[in-house]
Design a protein. Structure first.
Length: 366
């Protein structure tokens, strides 16, 4: 059983993917070829923003957004410690300070009620992470940011395709940044990412940052990065984007079926809580239980793969030891209890039943 089944997805999409890739091989424009601009337009239309800038990874999407906003040494950016390191890593790379705020116990997303207390004269932005596939409370976060004159960067690496109050992830803040890593809801066959905004000046700065701060060729107005999405990855994403809405629907069905079964058969499990007004793309289907190590050992013995995102919160990482002066009890409790089970749009009911039986038996034993 696959934790994420990219092979089956390719079998469904092989013809359009190969056709798109063959076009690139025929015209030979491998860097910023026409497919990149075509993808940017298609993604902007899907998300509902005026601008999309395709970049080389989700990490570079965050970095380009931060750089375009002028965030640097001495600045502070409020974010979550319960996420992949890239979120805070990009802040630190610019000499700014990640300021960690605790999460909501049910959604695992940044708790909007705790943000204001973390704002200082050095705060420049808030970077909520849409963890495990659903969006943070952007209505409350954006209102606070507007009142305090702060930018909001939506880390949408795990939530592309999700919605909040009818608006799609990526278009919920000053700038949205997503990832097209192969295991993401919409993934390419390497690294890739994108930034989204309705601000034309910000879009122009991010587009410049991704090509070494270049405007006119060989004229560099700002310091930038080598952050271009290559044309072959753009071609693959264009092929996948056509069927992506169907995959989003399938993910929702798989997630709902999991939750109904676990709630009925194993009350000791904590199933994902989807906040009012949210839809989730279930980038991961994440549960909570006691005695996690024992439970996972039993599940894995049944041939069912599992994963833990994230066992060590960022404020407990050696790389951020200088920031370990903060109390994040909800984050730390989640890190000790969460685990994820197979989730992808091609998960057949009979496969899902094997997962459900293995998890229920493992939790209920002892």
């Amino acid at each position: 059983m696959q934790f994420i089944d990219l092979k089956t997805q390719f079998q469904h999409l092989e013809a359009p993917i190969r056709e798109r890739m063959d076009r690139v091989l025929a015209h030979g424009q491998y860097i910023l070829g026409p497919e990149v601009a075509e993808l940017e337009q298609a993604l902007a239309e899907y998300v509902g923003t005026s601008h999309c800038i395709a970049v080389s990874s989700g990490s570079d999407a965050l970095l380009a957004a931060l750089m375009a906003l002028g965030i640097g040494a001495g600045d502070e950016v409020i974010t979550s410690a319960f996420t992949f390191i890239a979120t805070a890593e990009m802040i630190a790379l610019l000499g700014a300070r990640p300021v960690f705020v605790d999460i909501e116990a049910d959604t695992y997303n940044l708790d909007p009620n705790l943000i204001e207390a973390a704002i200082t004269p050095r705060t420049r932005a808030i970077m909520p992470v849409n963890l495990f596939g659903q969006c943070a409370a952007f209505d409350a976060i954006n209102a606070l940011a507007a009142a305090r004159g702060l930018a909001v960067i939506e880390d949408a690496a795990q939530s592309f395709g999700a919605t909040r109050n009818g608006k799609r992830s990526g278009g919920l803040a000053t700038v949205g940044a997503t990832s097209f890593f192969p295991a993401k809801p919409l993934g390419c066959y390497g690294d890739g990412g994108a930034c989204f905004t309705n601000d034309p000046a910000l879009a122009a700065r991010m587009a410049s940052v991704r090509v070494h701060g270049q405007g006119e060729r060989y004229h560099h107005d700002v310091i930038g990065i080598n952050g271009r999405l290559d044309t072959l990855q753009a071609a693959i994403l264009l092929a996948k984007l056509e069927s992506f809405p169907h995959e989003v629907d399938a993910r929702a069905r798989v997630g709902a079926r999991y939750s109904a079964a676990f709630a009925a058969r194993c009350p000791a499990l904590v199933v994902p809580a989807i906040a009012p007004g949210n839809t989730s793309v279930y980038a991961q289907y994440t549960l909570q239980c006691d005695r996690r190590s024992e439970v996972l050992e039993r599940i894995n013995a049944r041939g069912v793969p599992t994963a833990v995102y994230y066992p060590v919160p960022l404020h407990k990482q050696v790389a951020f030891a200088h920031l370990n002066d903060v109390s994040l009890p909800v984050t730390e409790a989640a890190a000790e209890r969460v685990f994820s089970v197979p989730m992808h749009p091609f998960l057949a009911p009979e496969q899902q039943d094997l997962v459900i039986d293995a998890v229920v038996d493992a939790v209920n034993t002892g």
